[in-house]
Design a protein around this ligand. Structure first.
Ligand code: 0CG
Ligand code: SF4
Length: 513
């Protein structure tokens, strides 16, 4: 055991073996040593009894971690993989490790093959059949020390990270001579600094939950359409493009039998095909008709409204200026309504370019994508009105209620936050805009798909975290972020609601009950 002294430590990293302790310490060299080391590596000895005895003697520390080698209980894990425990089990007891997704994400970014799952602590070496039995109970790996250390951690942040050195098919014969020992020790050395960042991110924290956040009525309807189409017509149901721009929604529907395609050409003749919430150009509908596809249209009614306005303006001969972002499906759909009569403007500078192509005397009307940042879109619309004083805008606001409300709500929390986390996918326009709006007020704002995307350095010193989610993000992803942050220390969660939402849309007749 290294010299422990009396000073309060940020992190104690426990290992069973001296060789594991030396490997971890090698990776942590800059952080160790001195009179008051912030991090200590402690060898607790092999087996739960020795670990429990050593745990009782550990000096005070803010966070506790255990690492070293471990055995996989199923072949989904291979030697060299790194298992971050989501919970530690021993007998009937379970110690949750809620910060596991944060740690696993950080390990992945450090280039290590990290996975998450339950870890079992056993009082004896578990081989063949015993491991299969643990696998049947949902465990991923087995060790002999984590449970007593999890118990010793109490309410403090706790992590258990195991480098897999053997599997049920390839049991370990001799740790000292095994082929992968050198690689496994190198991996332990790389785990050390990640644990140091995890401990530096720990501490009490306040989460300000922006409300409204997550699913809007258009997204709920679109997802329900795919689910009902699967129930009614059976799998596969084809979906043109992502039904909504969220990777978790897409993966979940894929598991249930939805097949996402980029192009209708990939859909077999006559198959059930859903159009995404972002809408399609008339040319896409025509192609579907020619191919005999059975279409269910999940276009959000608020996007359909913009299509209708574009047609109305074009029918009277106006040039339709659409404020929006190039390449977005909604923009392609709306401009597809007005071939030869539409132009896209992305920012104020784009207005002058667009103006060059307007023949004298031609009427100009403008519309916006539904998911823009209200302040930016307002500036571009003002530039259009300056250049074309007679330009007519949309009847109501094209930026939809859900986009507007989520931006108001994130502003309300960003003003008081050290960090704002926006949960959503990188191709989600409304989630990107939320991040930009937050970044104009908070010192740091980041878009994340799930807790695994949170870089631990962002959390260092971030005592107040604003949290919101785009209109296509499942609420469960926000819950997952809150749960993960809760693994770093006491969490106070406050909801800041700026308005209520009660919008509902009816389903298309093809899937109506
Ligand atoms: O915000 P965009 O338009 O990219 O779409 P997303 O699917 O993220 O959410 C709302 C819808 C449709
Ligand atoms: Fe409809 Fe707005 Fe939701 Fe898009 S963000 S699906 S326009 S309600």
């Amino acid at each position: 055991m290294t010299d422990l002294g009396d000073a309060m430590t940020d992190l104690i990293v426990c290992t069973a073996l001296g060789m594991e302790a030396r490997a971890v310490a090698r990776g942590l060299r800059p952080e160790l040593g001195g009179d008051h080391p912030r991090i200590r590596v402690v060898r607790v000895g092999m087996g739960p009894d020795r670990a429990a005895r050593a745990a009782a003697l550990l000096p005070p520390a803010a966070a506790l971690a255990v690492t070293g080698f471990g055995g996989a209980v199923h072949d989904g894990l291979r030697p060299g993989d790194v298992l971050v425990a989501t919970e530690v089990r021993s007998g009937d007891r379970v110690w949750p490790c809620p910060s596991a997704p944060l740690l696993a994400g950080e390990l992945l970014r450090a280039g290590l093959p990290a996975r998450t799952g339950p870890l079992v602590t056993s009082p004896h070496v578990v081989t063949g059949r015993g491991r299969h039995a643990l696998a049947r109970e949902g465990a991923c790996a087995v060790d002999m020390e984590s449970a007593p250390l999890a118990e010793a951690a109490g309410a403090r942040p706790f992590a258990a990270v195991r480098v897999i050195v053997d599997t049920p098919d390839a049991p370990l014969l001799n740790l000292a001579t095994m082929g992968g020992a050198v690689a496994a020790r190198r991996t332990l050395a790389r785990i050390g600094p990640v644990l140091a960042r995890w401990a530096a991110a720990a501490g009490p924290r306040r989460v300000l939950l922006a409300s409204p956040r997550s699913f809007c009525a258009g997204v709920e309807r679109a997802i329900e359409i795919v689910e009902r189409a699967l129930d009614r017509f059976g799998a596969p149901v084809y979906v043109r493009k992502q039904i909504v721009h969220n990777i978790h929604v897409v993966r979940d529907l894929e598991r249930r039998g939805a097949v996402f395609v980029d192009d209708l050409a990939e859909v077999p003749e006559g198959a059930v095909t859903v159009f995404s919430a972002h809408g399609v150009a008339p040319a896409v509908r025509e192609e579907a008709g020619r191919r005999g596809l059975r279409v269910v249209d999940a276009t959000c009614p608020l996007v359909a409204k913009v299509h209708a306005e574009a047609r109305r303006f074009a029918a009277r001969g106006d040039l339709v200026v659409l404020i929006g972002h190039a390449g977005h499906e909604e923009v392609e759909g709306v401009l597809g309504e007005v071939p030869g009569a539409g132009v896209l403007v992305e920012d104020e500078a784009g207005v002058a370019d667009a103006a060059q192509n307007v023949p004298w005397g031609r009427g100009v009307a403008y519309l916006t994508q539904t998911t823009l940042a209200a302040d930016e879109a307002g500036r571009v619309a003002a530039a259009i009105r300056r250049r074309f004083p007679d330009a007519e805008g949309p009847r109501g606001d094209d930026i939809c209620y859900a986009t507007t409300n989520r931006q108001h709500a994130v502003r309300a929390v960003a003003a008081q936050a050290d960090l704002v986390l926006v949960v959503g996918s990188a191709n989600s326009s409304n989630a990107l805009r939320l991040t930009e709006v937050a970044a104009r007020q908070a010192p740091l704002a980041r878009l994340i798909d799930d807790p695994g995307d949170i870089a631990l350095d962002w959390l260092r010193g971030a005592r107040t975290v604003g949290l919101t989610a785009g209109a296509s993000t499942p609420g469960a992803m926000v819950d997952a972020v809150v749960a993960a942050l809760g693994g770093l220390g006491p969490l106070e969660v406050e909801e800041r609601r700026v308005t209520e939402e009660n919008v509902e849309f009816t389903l298309p007749k093809e899937v109506r009950p």
